[in-house]
Design a protein around this ligand. Structure first.
Ligand code: ADP
Ligand code: ADP
Length: 232
């Protein structure tokens, strides 16, 4: 069964001339699947991610997340869905400047009612898995771009979200760190997490089960990735 269904989704931005950022997108994303989204700049990738992530609603058509029509939810219900089910790994890291790396990663668990000791333990574990445990006590302004990106990644994964949405998750990373991040995604995939990753990089996309190619707000084609072709 589908974790996410998009049915004839249109998103039109009305700023002067109307722009059809998405124009009739129909797509099912099954539970536990790993989908890459590729397409040139302006093809609608960010708009699609914002809709799937319940940050926005379509102009027409339906976005169904976990059986719920996102357009029918109140703002509060959408916020709840985002907070409890979805891990966002977006370009804007939005780290809290007054919290350390560890504090930032521990923060989402506060809202889950997890006690402080357990929060710090899990946060440290995630920082280890993204390879920056040695920076746990540093503040965001003491970290490089790639390190901040990994803190944001650890924060997105710390609550074990059922759905992970990542926009260029390895964009600023060196080869070794990128491999580490992609291996971490593979671990979450193996554990049953649904993953959707926007990327410009073919070798990143090939870690997924299939690649959705967007062009001018529409799905141009869906390319399955054969297990034998899958990057490791
Ligand atoms: P996205 O679909 O995520 O917006 P883009 O294709 O627009 O991706 O851009 C890819 C990367 O290049 C992003 O990190 C974005 O911030 C950066 N970028 C896009 N446009 C510009 C620009 N005009 N100048 C500098 N960086 C840009
Ligand atoms: P991508 O992520 O593939 O670069 P986007 O989803 O960001 O594509 O953008 C798709 C189209 O929608 C582009 O033509 C872009 O200029 C337009 N667009 C995106 N966001 C807005 C917005 N908030 N207001 C007006 N136009 C927008």
């Amino acid at each position: 069964d589908a974790a996410i269904s998009l049915d004839a989704v249109r998103k039109t931005y009305q700023r002067g001339e109307p722009v059809h950022a998405l124009d009739g997108v129909t797509l099912d994303i099954s539970r536990g699947s790993y989908t890459a989204i590729m397409g040139p700049s302006g093809s609608g990738k960010s708009t699609l991610m914002n809709l799937i992530g319940c940050l926005d609603t379509p102009t027409s058509g339906a976005v169904i997340v976990d059986g719920k029509d996102v357009s029918q939810l109140s703002g509060r219900e959408r916020t709840r869905l985002r907070g409890t089910e979805i891990g966002f790994v977006f370009q804007t890291f939005n780290l809290m400047p007054r919290l350390t790396a560890l504090g930032n990663v521990a923060l989402p668990q506060v809202f889950q009612g997890i006690d402080r000791r357990e929060r710090r333990k899990r946060a440290r574990d995630l920082l280890e898995r993204v390879g920056i445990a040695d920076r746990a006590d540093h503040f965001p302004n003491e970290l490089s771009g790639g390190q901040r990106q990994r803190v944001a990644l650890a924060r997105a994964l710390v609550n074990d979200p059922v759905l992970v949405l990542a926009d260029e998750p390895s964009g600023n990373l060196d080869t070794e760190t990128e491999a580490q991040v992609l291996d971490l995604f593979a671990e979450f995939h193996d554990a049953g997490t649904t993953l959707i990753v926007v990327t410009h990089e073919r070798h990143v996309a090939e870690r997924a089960d299939r690649i959705v190619h967007l062009l001018d707000g529409a799905i141009q084609r869906i390319e399955p990735v054969e297990p034998s072709d899958r990057s490791v």
